[in-house]
Design a protein around this ligand. Sequence first.
Ligand code: FES
Length: 164
Amino acid sequence: MLMSTRVPLPYTPKVLELFRNPRNLGKMESPDVVSQAGSPACGDVITIYLKIRCGIVVEAKFESYGCAANIAAASALTEMIKGKKVEEAWSVEWKDVADELGGLPAIKRHCSILAVGALRRAIRSYYKDEKPEWLPSELTLAERQALEEEELIDRLYGGRVART
Ligand code: FES
């Protein structure tokens, strides 16, 4: 009899629960902004959709072609930002998302980094014509980390990343 030699990753119960029953999963009709992070080449791609009214994130949804941690991170992130001011949503860090999940295995941190990267890209895109004061001109650490992940994945898999 063949036995699997793969060791299961130490996911927390919250990661497993959100992987099995993700919140806010699916395409949004008529979003105000949509953005992606990840690499189609390795399958780790996340799309974030936002509806924004009067500076508040009134709706947040996602689609993920990533792993369990990516789905759980995007699910937690969209829950965390709904009803918040866009400025507050902007300040959510990947570590906040990981904490919300009860922690992530070290090799799965990039899953949360990509989710936050997609959100920040969406917010920048939303304000591309009129930048509010709180939005930094320079790329933040979280955005640079997401870019590094994408470039690393590009180098490993030779694919190009669609960044919208
Ligand atoms: Fe790449 Fe999770 S998104 S392994």
